[in-house]
Design a protein around this ligand. Structure first.
Ligand SMILES: NC(=O)c1ccc[n+]([C@@H]2O[C@H](COP(=O)([O-])OP(=O)(O)OC[C@H]3O[C@@H](n4cnc5c(N)ncnc54)[C@H](OP(=O)(O)O)[C@@H]3O)[C@@H](O)[C@H]2O)c1
Length: 330
């Protein structure tokens, strides 16, 4: 497995990261069998993934607990990336949140600790100062951010504190960060960790129309605001989304690469991307996703995928918040 050295740290992450959100089921995902989750995590590790992304928010600590249960005995050979929620950005709250994370994860350090979403109510410099304090104490090895837009990234840069990554929604069906966030991250040397890299399964071709997509997963701005879990006021673009999926699927068949692997391999070709963070609810999905590492896209293939997805990129525009019109990515 190829590694990627995060800046301002000695932290090397695997170029595919396993995402530990869906494996706890519940919100967004529905029922999940714990045996499948443990098997998925073990498979990811056995196949060479060493970096695991989690958050206190995933099942109120359940995802951190699950990771400890599945891979606790490999602690020295894995890197744990966790996140602190924006409600805990006051320095004392952040330090308490980290202590809870360490307890949930049954470890004495977190490799990468990330600010989950911006919180404009709390001075970012204070929050970054608390992260630096945790780092100085050896409780975290590096810190990063997530869902940070250009303004917040600018504040990070001006603060003098050095962030090691920005975790953003990025995939062939959601290219919003390309307008200004990705160029800013490249300029500031802040690598991107891509979440929802197969658009929560849509990029495997498993759904052939919007009707098949469960309501809790159809919350994104691709879908009509009439969907029951929706929080946005956009009109949605379901027809264009499924036309685009159809075209990617046809291209995947033409080049004989599974669509999910093609989508992940495309991300690995993007300048500024350190790693996609891909979820998997069982060992079989993990095995299939690992096929990505055998794929090497040519420049023509990359261009073709960008042509196919350009109309959807234009339709959804530069708002990098997958779920809200009133963007929280600031
Ligand atoms: N920072 C943030 O705000 C943020 C937000 C979201 C996610 N994340 C992180 O990013 C990670 C990944 O994102 P995500 O879970 O939203 O989406 P994703 O990785 O794009 O999609 C994962 C889902 O796709 C389906 N799937 C995976 N492999 C498959 C395969 N080979 N064939 C068919 N279906 C497959 C599975 O769900 P089904 O089997 O149910 O279809 C799986 O749970 C999360 O676990 C989390 O760590 C971070």
């Amino acid at each position: 497995m190829e590694k990627y050295l995060l800046p301002h740290s000695s932290l090397e992450i695997s170029r595919l990261i396993f995402g530990c959100w869906a494996v706890v089921g519940g919100f967004n995902w529905g029922p999940q069998d714990k045996r499948d989750s443990l098997a998925a995590l073990k498979e990811a590790y056995d196949q060479g993934i060493t970096t695991f992304d989690t958050a206190e928010a995933y099942g109120a600590g359940a995802s951190e607990n699950l990771l400890a249960e599945a891979l606790g005995k490999e602690r020295k050979r894995i890197e744990i990336a966790s996140k602190v929620g924006p409600g805990d950005f006051l320095p004392q709250d952040l330090i308490s949140a980290c202590e809870r994370g360490l307890k949930n994860l049954k470890t004495d350090f977190i490799d990468l600790y990330q600010l989950h979403w911006p919180n404009p109510e709390i001075p970012l410099e204070d929050t970054l100062g608390a992260l630096q304090q945790l780092r100085d104490q050896g409780k975290i090895r590096a810190y990063g951010v997530s869902n940070f837009g250009v303004k917040s990234l600018e504040t990070c840069k001006a603060s003098g504190y050095s962030i090691s990554s920005n975790q953003m929604a990025y995939n062939l069906l959601f290219r919003a960060i390309e307008y200004s966030i990705l160029p800013k991250c490249v300029a500031d040397e802040v690598p991107i960790l891509c979440y929802s890299p197969i658009m929560q399964g849509l990029l495997t071709g498993k759904f052939s129309s919007e009707i098949e997509v469960p309501d809790d997963r159809a919350r994104t701005r691709h879908f009509t605001k009439e969907r029951s879990q929706s929080r946005h006021q956009d009109k949605g673009c379901e027809t264009l989304t499924f036309q685009t999926i159809g075209q990617i699927k046809a291209f995947a068949e033409e080049v004989n690469i599974p669509m999910g692997n093609l989508s992940l391999a495309w991300l690995l070709k993007q300048n500024g991307v350190a790693a996609p963070i891909v979820g998997g609810r069982n060992a079989e999905q993990v095995r299939r996703n690992m096929g990505t590492l055998q794929v090497n896209l040519t420049a023509d293939m990359v261009n073709r995928l960008e042509e196919i997805t350009a109309p959807l990129k234009k339709e959804l525009g530069p708002n990098a918040d997958l779920w809200q019109t009133d963007s929280r990515v600031v």
